[in-house]
Structures are given as structure tokens and as C-alpha cells.
Design a protein. Structure first.
Length: 290
């Protein structure tokens, strides 16, 4: 199934994509469905035949997840071609190729809907960059999860664009949190595809287009550490819970690594797409954030 959140009748409703329609559920928060486990999914299946349906066309889609109990979990340098392309361009923060996945977090107020405007303020940064990523949602609590059980803990998959401010990312002692956490800058969606429908997460074609030009074009087969390994390493001694969101890294082609460099500006359109999920389409719009 494909779960989404839409603006409807002055509020937000959780829905399931049904062809060209959205079947509206009683739930107003997708996290409650995820936390409910198998029983909640059975209740959704029982509800679907009698659910009100509205056309997907014209509906305003919100970010599918709107409530987070912790920061958004992220993976850096998870495509070796991306790691290599940035050598010498990290402003003195170059490191050797890591022997384990690199993790960081983003503040939850970054999240916007799949077609919302990305807040852009040149007073915040002069180096706005794009990063198309496959993201996953944890569906079952676990700590020190074995690799062979890791995918059983995934509830579903979605898309994100980890819009980053490269100068801020370098300016705080090598810590990435600040340069990854500017409000209203990370598109998410357009929906979450449940793991049973999604299939193999290591066979996804991922792209990012800037004003119609393909900037990133890769397969998740190119990941340095596959999804199961990421979950295994991240959960080592650390509890993951239903509703936790994990971004799995971006491939080569980022603006900061190009010659000449390419950074985002007001009015630019960023499209993030994947064959098993769908499309995010977002334009940078001026906001006062500083």
C-alpha cells in the first residue's frame, strides 16, 4: 500500500492511494498507524472498502510523516562515487574512506511536503545544495538488530531531498547538524510505500533534476552500505522505534563537487524521483529565516 497525508476539510487526513483516488482513513496521524503494527494494518484493510474517496488530482499532499519523536536520522557518504567526488572540496575537513557508515541528524522542522516551496534565505547561506535520497521508516522497535532481521524492521520507503547549506556544514567544527537543519527545507514524500509492496531497496533508480537538467542519476545498488547494514550499524546499542525516519545517503553529482560549482537559488526547481516511489517537485522561494 501507499500511505499519504493530505490537507482535507480544514485539517489533515491519512489516506491510501487507490489508483487515481485517495481512500481517506479515520486516522489523522500516520505514526499512530505505524505504531499499531499488524493490528493497525488489518484495521486499515477492513476500513478501505467503505472509506470515502477523493481524486488525487487537485489534492494538497502534506509530508506523509508529520510527527517525530526524535531528530531525523541520516547517512553520509553512502555512495563511494559521492565520497570521492568531494575530495579536496570539504574545506579542510577531508577524512579517509570510513570503515563504517557515517551517521548524523537533522532537526524535524526541516520537513515540508512533496510539492511545497523550499524556504530560501541567502542571509543564511551562500551555498545551497541538493541531495536526492531514498528514505525509510522504521516499523518495529529494536536495538542491536542483526543484519538478517534488519529489513523486517522497515515499515516502508519514501523519498527525501537533503537540502544542505555547505558553508554552514563546514563552519561548526566538522559537525553537520547546523548545515542540515534549516527550517522548511527538506521535501519528503510523496507517500510511503509499504515494505511488502516496495520489495528490494537495493534496486531503486534515483534521480535529481535541477531546472530540468539531470544532476544525479544512480541506483541504490551503488550504496557503500546496504539498507540492512545501515539498520544493523545504527541500532547497535541504540533503540530504533516505529516512525523513526532514516535517510540512506546521496549519490554523486552534488553541486558543491562540480566544476564549476552549482548552488541553488531563488526560483530554482528541484525534482527528486525514484522508479518505485514517485516524484517530489519543489521550487526555492524567498523566506526570512535569519
Amino acid at each position: 500500500m501507499r500511505f499519504l497525508t493530505i490537507e482535507y476539510a480544514g485539517g489533515e487526513r491519512v489516506g491510501v492511494l487507490d489508483g487515481a483516488d485517495v481512500a481517506l482513513l479515520a486516522a489523522t496521524d500516520l505514526v499512530s498507524v505505524i505504531e499499531g503494527g499488524a493490528a493497525a494494518m488489518d484495521a486499515v484493510r477492513n476500513e478501505l472498502p467503505r472509506a470515502e474517496r477523493i481524486p488525487l488530482a487537485g489534492a494538497r499532499l502534506c509530508a506523509p510523516l508529520r510527527r517525530f519523536r526524535r531528530d531525523i536520522l541520516c547517512t553520509g557518504w553512502n555512495y563511494w562515487d559521492h565520497f570521492e567526488e568531494s575530495k579536496g572540496k570539504r574545506d579542510g575537513q577531508d577524512v579517509d574512506r570510513p570503515e563504517h557508515p557515517t551517521f548524523f541528524t537533522k532537526g524535524p522542522d526541516v520537513v515540508i511536503g512533496p510539492y511545497d516551496e523550499i524556504a530560501y534565505d541567502p542571509a543564511i547561506s551562500a551555498k545551497w545544495d541538493y541531495e536526492a535520497e531514498l528514505a525509510l521508516v522504521i516499523g518495529k522497535t529494536g536495538r542491536s538488530i542483526p543484519v538478517e532481521q534488519a529489513l523486517d524492521h522497515v515499515w516502508g520507503y519514501t523519498l527525501a531531498n537533503d537540502i544542505s547549506q555547505r558553508d554552514l556544514q563546514r563552519a561548526h567544527g566538522g559537525q553537520w547538524l547546523k548545515g542540515k537543519s534549516i527550517d522548511q527545507t527538506m521535501p519528503l514524500g510523496p507517500w510511503i510505500v509499504t515494505a511488502d509492496e516496495f520489495g528490494d531497496p537495493q534496486d531503486v533508480h534515483l534521480q535529481c533534476l535541477l531546472n530540468g537538467e539531470v544532476m544525479q542519476d544512480a541506483s541504490t545498488k551503488q550504496m557503500a552500505y546496504d539498507v540492512a547494514t545501515l539498520i544493523n550499524e545504527l541500532s547497535f546499542g541504540m533503540t530504533l522505534r516505529p516512525g523513526d525516519l532514516l535517510l540512506t545517503g546521496t549519490p554523486a553529482g552534488i553541486g558543491n563537487a562540480r566544476e564549476p560549482q552549482v548552488f541553488l537559488g531563488e526560483g530554482d526547481e528541484v525534482i527528486t524521483q525514484a522508479d518505485k516511489i514517485g516524484v517530489l517537485r519543489n521550487t526555492l522561494a524567498r523566506r526570512e529565516l535569519a
